[in-house]
Design a protein around this ligand. Structure first.
Ligand SMILES: [Zn+2]
Ligand SMILES: [Zn+2]
Length: 315
């Protein structure tokens, strides 16, 4: 089968790979579309330590079951089911968690083997291009649930990439009427306006009850706490930077809560599947798997205009 393989040293190649074999409890998925995540662009660019070459990446993908032909979305989070976090209903924090496309072969290929418990059937007629956004949408549902925001909360969102945009959509879908999304990219602000986000700005400037940081850079983390009202909550999803300098005295005196957020639980992934109708395939640029290496090079060199670019298999 054809696959896009990360070889290390900023090198990606499209080549023939042996097709996957399903072991007990796994099914073969014929991939229809696999989106390129910002975390993957960063990992290739900076030789990120989590992804060990040679590796077929791709954790945001949809395809059809080879055995039944059913269109499915794949939850890339593989968990043990037995540790304290799994048993406590926080399987996103599983002590033995791994990700399809990071720790094992993922969706940048014609076929991939996945645990049967990780597949979610998609409603008939679902656009497979729109459906690659289910994974970021699941992240957004998790962020929203962790935030305890209500319909009357003043909500700020930093970053108009996939997760920021999905968070704005989830907030509006949940009844929030005061939602502001900030992004420095004019193209992304335009997409957010097209998607119906009511307030779209260059950067957050007034005061919010809850701020979601979908970027995770030093400046956005500072803004995520700096633009909060006293007693407000910052939700951190973005992973751009590691250590960020923050004024601890200020956080204490204003009783700021900072909450980290990682992935989603299974019910939230299923909720994203059920709300796939919120997604629009126009936000996803399609490219061929055959051109995967040049697409990666292009996206690494520029801030992408599309919310996501997805590699589509021709077979
Ligand atoms: Zn991702
Ligand atoms: Zn576990």
């Amino acid at each position: 089968m054809k696959a896009l393989v990360y070889m290390g040293d900023q090198n990606m190649v499209v080549r023939d790979e042996p097709p996957p074999k399903a072991t007990a409890g796994e099914v073969i998925i014929k991939v229809r579309a696999a989106a390129i995540c910002g975390s993957e662009l960063g990992a290739v660019k900076h030789n990120g330590p989590n992804r060990k070459p040679p590796l077929i990446m791709g954790h945001e993908f949809v395809g059809v079951r080879a055995d039944t032909g059913q269109l499915v979305a794949v939850n890339p989070l593989v968990t043990c089911g037995t540790c304290d976090r799994c048993r406590g209903g926080q399987e996103n924090l599983c002590r033995a968690r791994s990700l399809i496309g990071v720790h094992r072969s993922g969706g940048f290929a014609e076929q991939v083997a996945v645990p049967i418990g990780n597949i979610h059937a998609l409603p008939d007629g679902t656009s497979f291009l729109a459906a690659v956004l289910i994974e970021p949408l699941a992240n957004a549902w998790h962020l929203w649930h962790l935030s305890n925001a209500t319909v009357s909360s003043r909500v700020g969102i930093i970053g108009g990439g996939a997760i920021g945009l999905m968070t704005a959509i989830v907030a509006a879908h949940s009844g929030a009427t005061d939602v502001t999304l900030a992004d420095v990219s004019e193209a992304r602000r335009g997409t957010a306006i097209d998607a119906g986000v009511t307030a779209v700005v260059h950067r957050l400037e007034s005061e919010y009850d809850v701020i979601f940081d979908a970027v995770g850079a030093h400046e956005t983390r500072a803004s995520s706490v700096g633009q909060l009202r006293p007693g407000g909550r910052a939700l951190w999803e973005g992973l751009h930077d590691g250590e960020s300098p923050l004024d601890g005295r200020d956080l204490a005196r204003r009783e700021i809560t900072v909450i980290g957020s990682f992935a989603y639980v299974k019910d939230e992934f299923e909720l994203a599947v059920q709300t796939v109708g919120l997604l629009d395939e126009r936000w996803v640029e399609a490219a061929s798997l055959d051109e995967g290496d040049s697409v990666f090079r292009r996206l690494m060199g520029s801030s992408e205009a599309a919310v996501r670019t997805a590699l589509v298999s021709s077979s």
